[in-house]
Design a binder for this molecule. Sequence first.
Ligand code: KIV
Ligand code: ZN
Length: 501
Amino acid sequence: MRKIKIFDTTLRDGEQSPGCSMHINEKIELALQLERLGVDIIEAGFPASSEGDFDSVAKIAEKIKNSAIAGLSRALISDIDKAYGAVKKSQSPRIHIFLATSELHMQYKLKMTRQEVLRRIEESVKYAKAKVFDVEFSAEDASRSDRAFLAEAFSTAIRSGATVVNIPDTVGFCTPTEMYDLVRFLKENVGGAEKVDFSAHNHNDLGLAVANTLAMVEAGITQAECTVNGIGERAGNASLEEIVMGINTRPYLYNAETRINTREIYRTCKLVSNIIGVNISPTKPIVGANAFAHESGIHQHGVLAKRETYEILSPEAVGIPQNKIVLGKHSGKHAFSEHLADMGYADIDGDALQKLFDEFKRLCDVKKSVSNKDIEALLSNKAVVQNVKYSLENFIISSRKDGQGYAAVSIKCGGEIKTAIETGDGPLDSAFLAVEKIVGRSFVLSDYGVQSVTEGQDALGESYVRLAAPGGESVIGRGVSTDVIESGIKAYIDAVNKIIN
Ligand code: KIV
Ligand code: ZN
């Protein structure tokens, strides 16, 4: 079987799309999860784009041991220096250089001739190669480039030391047959092709990103670039979980396999969804709530008789927690910790375990039965801010049919408990105003949502808010409780803690 390397760019191509920005601690948490998932290369960011990106790439490079860390760079010496500065502490650092090769981009965006582009590729790849062994060259808009010129560009990159050449369908324009043909052509016409990995990087503007990537796997690429949940610019990138399970379900068709631990897929997808505050669509392949639900009687009958009649993969294979009742209020911390390990969370211990166990016990008091899904929700409510300044102590809420709300909110801040009373447009607006009064600052709320974790009247509600300081970047706050008002206030305070951190 050929090994297909999985190159995850959720933290770069995913994070740079509107509404998907992440707090540095969330980026680190996600990188650790990607490592657990078994991703071969994590593209941790674009270090020259901002100081924040540089810092997060550098932190991730230090922390991650089992995945290579890539930093994106334009074909500029100053960018390469920054990328190197950020990835150099990684055990397997990679510099990823990109430059456009289509006539459209060269003429109108770069204002460079073909010869100038080739010279720049040579100079930049050589410069990066003097710093790290592993250098990737991406020909931006490769799929709309003149094929002969693209082959020349890749031959130049390989001659200059590139270890990977990447073929982006930057604008999501091409079809699987076209991408298949392009790979075949390049493998035959690029000098030194046998020495390097050929890579796919597809955008989803026409809904073909995964199909294009799988066609390129058939054609012989050995690296697939993708993002968790397919997040990314415009309609997004090819989705990691769909590519991996596509290969995993039909290994003999592709004569290929990946190193991914598929049982970590659901946890990874849920983490990304929580971080960016965007729910996974119910019909999302692999991890959507309906991906394994069978409504039609004929299907239900078939699945009960033999699962394979209508299911080509199992929820267990991708780590979807079953909605089973797990433990009760009499369970001890040891049993709880063992159960967490069974769920794949063996890494939670010490203070984090104690905090989670306390939350679990509180939940047992108010909820008839606690399931794996509930525990997942408590886990996703982990604070990413190290020294949480504010936490919810208590609240009293009332509201009237005409919309008028009233809230008294008490917040713990250091050793002190502060209370504020506010009236507003409904109960949550009043509570949020009370929080702002205590904090002494006002914020801009651009989005709020709540969903239930399981069925039933005592189900946990998961709330999220998108909040920003005036003129600042927005952050996502999350809160979980069986009381939706409480989960909303917790989400608001979570976001405030992130903004002031
Ligand atoms: O879509 C694209 O062309 C890119 C490159 C930077 C690889 O993201
Ligand atoms: Zn891209």
